[in-house]
Design a protein around this ligand. Structure first.
Ligand code: PLP
Length: 369
């Protein structure tokens, strides 16, 4: 039986060539030419002045919050519908995440609900471009500007995503990307911080490298961390970046096929698609649907019997034990209860997507009959 994973990396000859170069030359640690090359190329992709590699997307967020001086007693606005790392990073610096409900169409933070959560303690607004669909940055940025607070973009899932022609990650004071094995482009584990602000970029470089003074070795200006990426990871990252256009083309094709083959279910009101943000160009890291009146768990179990892997949606942040908050988050609850992620790996062809869609349709029709 053919197995369809939810996501799978596309690793080609270029990745092998660059990694082999690291192995041959012995540059396997966190020094070497691929680090700088990957950072420069990624900064060009996002259209920002500075990019710093890190060991993953979670520590990238931690570094941004540290570099912004956010700490105990401060509050940071965070979407209620996001991956736990967004909110955890706020907790790492001793600040409090304040959750905002999401929009049911785009799945992203609802800009209309941000302002009511801003207090005198709010020190940043964090937004996540969910599944590679861009947030309404035209609405978010003016709110943050009015209150003089920085925007942090969690772009972990949004490599190459555009809003009004500009790359996700280029709008806020800083943005974080993840290159985890399942992401649109990967380095196995890995991350990147991007920003246009030079002092912020320098602070991040200091913090990620044990706080070691750039002027004196083994002298540490501040309490720092080892949040560095290795040259091998950067070599894979550079190759992935050079092939990103073909990876994204596959993502767009797969999304189009799901739209085509699941359209009858959507027309009957049995499912809803994640809707592309107006003025946005989503990269569809994964293809996500929301079921109406059917159990995600039951559908997932039945699909698994046919070798079709799925994922449920995130549990809303306010329901996570260490983040628990009271409040009204009807939309993130709806998404979490009804959402399911279908196989979205770049190796899928049209026949695969047709077969998966047919299975979904047959099971849902039986479940809702
Ligand atoms: C929205 C979001 N933020 C942060 C992260 C954390 O990235 P990493 O797994 O590289 O630490 C992820 C990873 O899945 C994510 O999806």
């Amino acid at each position: 039986m053919r197995y369809y994973p939810v996501v799978e990396p596309s690793i080609g000859a270029l990745e092998k060539k660059y990694v082999d170069d690291c192995l041959r030359t012995g540059w396997v640690g966190s020094w070497g030419k691929y680090i700088g090359k990957f950072e420069d190329a990624f900064a060009r992709l996002v259209g920002v002045r500075h990019a710093a590699t890190t060991s993953n997307g979670t520590v990238s967020l931690h570094l941004i919050l540290l570099a912004l001086g956010i700490g105990a007693g401060d509050e940071v606005i965070v979407p209620d519908f996001t991956y736990v790392a967004s909110a955890n990073a706020v907790r790492y610096v001793g600040a409090t995440p304040v959750f905002v409900d999401c929009d049911l169409d785009s799945f992203n933070i609802d800009p209309e609900k941000i302002e009511e959560k801003i207090t005198t303690r709010t020190k940043a607004v964090m937004v996540t471009h969910i599944f590679g669909n861009p947030c309404r940055m035209d609405r978010i940025m003016p709110i943050a500007r009015r209150y003089g607070i920085p925007v942090i973009e969690d772009a972990a899932q949004a490599h190459g995503t555009l809003f009004q022609g500009r790359a996700a990650g280029s709008f806020g004071r800083a943005a974080s990307f993840s290159f985890f094995g399942s992401k649109t482009m990967t380095t196995g584990e890995g991350g990147m911080v991007v920003t246009n602000a030079e002092p912020l970029s320098e602070k991040i470089r200091l913090l990620k490298n044990q706080g070691q003074s750039p002027r004196r070795r083994y002298y540490h200006d501040v309490l720092g961390y080892n949040y560095r990426m290795t040259n091998i990871q950067a070599a894979i990252g550079l190759a992935q970046l050079e092939r990103l256009h073909s990876i994204l083309a596959a993502k767009w094709r797969i999304h189009g096929w799901y739209q085509k083959y699941l359209a009858p279910l959507a027309d009957k009101g049995l499912i809803c698609f994640q809707k592309e943000t107006p003025d946005g160009k989503a990269t569809w890291w994964v293809n996500a649907i929301v079921l109406r009146n059917a159990s995600v768990e039951r559908l997932a179990k039945k699909l698994a019997r046919s070798g079709i892997d799925t994922r449920p949606f995130f549990v809303p942040m306010h329901e996570i034990p260490h983040l628990k908050r009271h409040g009204d988050f009807p939309n993130s609850r709806t998404l979490s209860a009804g959402g399911i992620i279908l196989p979205s790996g770049v190796l899928l062809n049209e026949k695969d997507v047709m077969r998966i869609s047919e299975k979904v349709a047959n099971i849902l029709r039986r479940m809702t009959a």
